[in-house]
Design a protein around this ligand. Sequence first.
Ligand SMILES: *[C@@H]1O[C@H](CO)[C@@H](O)[C@H](O)[C@H]1NC(C)=O
Length: 356
Amino acid sequence: MKAVSILFTLALSASAVFAASDNIYSSKRLIKTSETEQQWLTEKQIFALIAQRKHFIDITDTQDLQPASHLVALPFPTTLTHQTQVNAAIGKISDVVPKSVLTNFTQFTNRYYNNNNGKTSSTWLLNTIKSTVPGIDVQPFAHRFPQSSIIARIPGTTKPNEIVVISAHQDSINQNNPSSGRAPGADDDGSGTVTILEALRVFVASGYKPARTVEFHWYAGEEGGLLGSADVVKAYQSKQVIGNIQFDMTGYPADPPAVGIVTDYTDATANSLVRSIVTTYTDLPTEDFACGYGCSDHASWNRAGFRSSLPFENQYLDGNENIHTSYDSLDTVDFPHLLKFVNIAVAYAIEVGDAK
Ligand SMILES: *[C@@H]1O[C@H](CO)[C@@H](O)[C@H](O)[C@H]1NC(C)=O
C-alpha cells in the first residue's frame, strides 16, 4: 500500500506540474465579453461561449496592455499616391498559390491553437511561407499554448523603425468540439491566411521597396479570444506601428458583393484610406457595418491605441453560417472575390508603407 501511495503521489504531482506549465486552461482565464464585463472562466465555460458564437477577448496575459494614445498621432496618409507601383504589383496576382495552399491547409482535422493540430498546421504554414517567398525573414512567434504566430518582415529602406502590419489568423475551430472536431476553416480564416500570403508574394515579386518596414502576421489562437495577436501587440507596444489591416474572411460574398468596412474598434482615419483603396483598386463598393466587441485581431491593435482596420468579405456579420463547423470547406470559397482582397492588402502595404 505504501508503495502504491507514493506512486500515486508522484503521479499527481507530475500531472500538476504538466498542467501548470503546459496548459493555459489549467487555471481560470480572465475573459472580457464587452468594454465593461469581465470574468474569470474555466476552459469549459470558455468553450460554452465559443459554442454560442459569442465574441470575447482573453486578457489574462495582457492585462497591462493600455491604449497609448500618442501612437495614434503617428502620421497616416489620407490620399493615394502610388497608383503606378500598386498597379504593377497587383498585375502579378494569381489564384495558383492561394488555391494550392488553401487546399492543403484545410486538410488538417482542425487548426485548434491549444493542441498538436494547431502546432502542426502552424509549422506547415511557416514552411509553406518560406518556400513560397524564399529569401525573406520569416519567424515563428511562440506563445504559452502550442500554436505559434508567424511574422514575415520586409525591412524599410529609409524609415525601418516605422512598421506597417498586414495580418490574418491561422487557427480554426469546431465550435462544438474545439480539440478534435472537424474544422477546415476555409473561409475562417484560411481565406485571410492565403490572401496575405499572395499579397506578400507579389509585394516581394514586384521589387518595390517602401520606406517603412512592412510585416505580414499570421496570428495563432484568434478563436480563443485574440490570444496570439494580444501577445504580439504586447511585444510591439513601444514600437512605431503606423497601421494594421486585418483580413479575417475574404472568400464569401453576399448579394450584391461589397467590402464590409468594420467601423467599431477600428480607426476612422485609416478606414477612410481603406475605402479609397477598395474603390480605386477593386471593382467593389464599400459598406460600413459594426462587428461587435472582440470580433477579430484588429481589436488587439485597437486596445493598445494603434490604428487598425478590417475590410470584410461582405456587409453582414453573419453572412457565412458555415464558420466554426465542418461545413466551412474549400468548395465554398469564391477565389475571384478573395483575390480582390489581395489587391487591398498589396495597396495598403505600398500606400501606407511609402506615404510621405
Ligand atoms: C499540397 O499537397 C500536394 C499533395 O501532397 C502537393 O503536391 C503540393 O505541393 C502541396 N502544395 C503546397 C502549397 O504545399
